[in-house]
Design a protein around this ligand. Sequence first.
Ligand SMILES: *Cc1c(COP(=O)(O)O)cnc(C)c1O
Length: 449
Amino acid sequence: MQKLKYERPYIKKLNAGIMNKFGTRTDSQAFTHIDGVPVKSLIAEYGSPVFVLSEKQIRRNYRSAYRAFSTRYPKVQFAWSYKTNYLNAVCKIFHQEGSWAEVVSGFEYRKAIGNGVPGNKIIFNGPNKPKEDLLLAIENDSLIHIDHFEELTLLLKISENLTAKPRVAIRVNMDTGIYPSWDRFGFNYENGEAWNALTRIVNSGKLQLVGLHCHIGTYVLSTAAYAIAATKMADLAWSCKTQLKQTIEYLDLGGGFPSTNTLKGSYLPGADTVPSVDDFAEVITTTLLNSGLPKHDLPLLILETGRALIDDAGYLLGSVVANKRLGDGKRAMVVNFGVNILFTSFWYEHQISPAQDFTPHVENMTVYGPLCMNIDVVRESVNLPLLNPGDHVVVHKVGAYNMTQWMQFITQRPAIVLIDEQQQTHLIRTSETLNYVEEPETTPPHLIK
Ligand SMILES: *Cc1c(COP(=O)(O)O)cnc(C)c1O
């Protein structure tokens, strides 16, 4: 065993942030293995920093979410939100489990096709669908969720010369009691634009209205908001049936369930406070079953859950670079990964665990990344033991949005490893090389010697 570092006694004023009656939590044990694979051997084989994903946890999350809805409602379909994590290996796990694809750009659309998703199982969302993307989606019989009147007009124009009717839904935004409400996407429910759009679609005779879609926010903590959303969606579906003589085949309630990460400034850890997927399923399905929609002919319920299905399956392993005392006496630690690859550290207080035995002496500190930028703060205030340069740390619950929103900045982005259910490791994305970064560049001739 490694010799523990002697820590010289040091007297300083306590600066540990807001106290609460539960005290502050720190790990009492080193976090040494992920799904039975030693953290040390992952770093030895794939480098540091490195992202690690657990296939077992992804499948477990998917199955328990699917069970939560399908045991309460007769027809349920999940569609994997590509932008949450569109590594092909990740998408394929969800597709193997039965997920459709939910995409928000032509790039993601083509990725889904490349992953072998049948065109009619791709949901095409988003405010910007250029004509060539719409043509591709129509050709593949995909589900096009219209965001605004310009898109509707364009679709009507395209469909004039078609024999088959493109299958469409509209995205609806609405007041669900959470503010600010996401009314920038889709057609508003309260002001009648949604109804106006639905009327135009049905009356055109050129488009096949198959569904209604909403996505009311992300990391939503209120189950009641989904009750309001489900009620308004069911109302619209009923109005379509009674007034436009159009049966709505599916209601897509979008994503937005929180992961168990802790939001910045929260009084209690996320794991203790966020509602579970079961809680959301209970509210949504109860609302739909009691909405007055005919029981024998209920619409398919689609969910586009992203972060709640993958956040806790992702880890970032890294190394300690240095320790220092700041001007005010506070301790700081520098690590070898920054906010450019850990975007979610802007809104989450990610748990950081030492990956080897450590001294019992814990101190409040700031954790900085290596970016040479003042905003590169991984944790503003966290209680950690003194770690030695070269020691390893594990950042938890980083599976959602980091591997899609990450930025290449002064370093190359790290490798991503998947641990399969048999505890075998697979490199699913190599670390970037200098060549990879420079490949799209060209140097004008006068600058080449
Ligand atoms: C991002 C997004 C999702 C996934 O949201 P989560 O909050 O991660 O569950 C689902 N649907 C749409 C339309 C989105 O833009």
